[in-house]
Design a protein around this ligand. Sequence first.
Ligand SMILES: C[S@@+](CC[C@H](N)C(=O)[O-])C[C@H]1O[C@@H](n2cnc3c(N)ncnc32)[C@H](O)[C@@H]1O
Length: 306
Amino acid sequence: MRSSTVLSALRFPGHGQGLGRCSMAAQDTKASHDAVLRGKIYIDALPADVAPIRRLLEKYSGIRAKDVDEHIHYMRDRLWEIYPYVCIGHFRFLSLQFTYDPRYQMALRRLLLPRSRATFLDLACCVGQVLRQLAYDGVDANRLYGTDLEPRFLDAGYDLFKDRAKFKATFVAGDMVKPGEGDARLQVLDGKMSIIHATSFFHLFTWDDQVQAATRMIRFLDPHDPDATIFGRHVGTTKPGDRQGPRDNARYLHNAETWQKLWDEVGKLTGTAWRTEFEPIEKVGGHSTSSLDDTLRRMSFGVYRA
Ligand SMILES: C[S@@+](CC[C@H](N)C(=O)[O-])C[C@H]1O[C@@H](n2cnc3c(N)ncnc32)[C@H](O)[C@@H]1O
């Protein structure tokens, strides 16, 4: 039986920030808001596309088939306790749909070329499922890197995939939008990367924070690599602009034009030039707490040197 105590003790910790000095009334309002939110973003049933991750957990991690579902539920609740992202509540952190993305397949081909020295960074990698899939697909894990704000996600990844003793990828915890000089812990990644993957990341932030994160990303790329690239997926919209996120956080959602505009701004700030691609994959349910937003689309993107 998986634990239900995690759910009964539900709170939205804000990556380490508690309720702090909130009044009792504010706490009540927050508790009822959290309960509504939990109803929307925490689901019990495993998604339809769970077969590939089941296979990976059996073949890569060596978990017995009969134990896989319980392991998945146990790990999901552990991650939810760290921070209740929609992608965790909906088990999307286990989706291996990205393996069908042509940009992922191109990255994989490049990483697997004979004598390839190409490197791959999964940015905001959470439990690092993309990196495990690449390793399972035959990529030398010494050329794989992952970073995330939350070190507990990185650590939980070893328990999810049961590979603490064997997985040779490098993980670095750090904040991509730390103001001022930025997060010094991330400097070890500077100038090293051929390919950066970032999924369900940009849509968490305001325009200004996206500029900061993208500017920081460029420093990770190998400046001498003309094929250095950034790709991934996130929620976009047919009506670009500011939106409220699931926790009433401000964020900016893009269409193809505003996505290019963001990278033009980043290019000016960094003395670089970028060409972007941005395509809708599917319609997604509204994440706004107040009303349904039917302009939302899951978008796939690529960013290339111009
Ligand atoms: C919605 S999850 C997506 C995780 C993963 N990319 C995936 O697709 O399954 C967002 C991730 O971004 C990370 N994150 C949030 N803010 C961040 C920041 N300022 N710097 C680095 N990572 C951050 C979170 O810890 C979380 O793992």
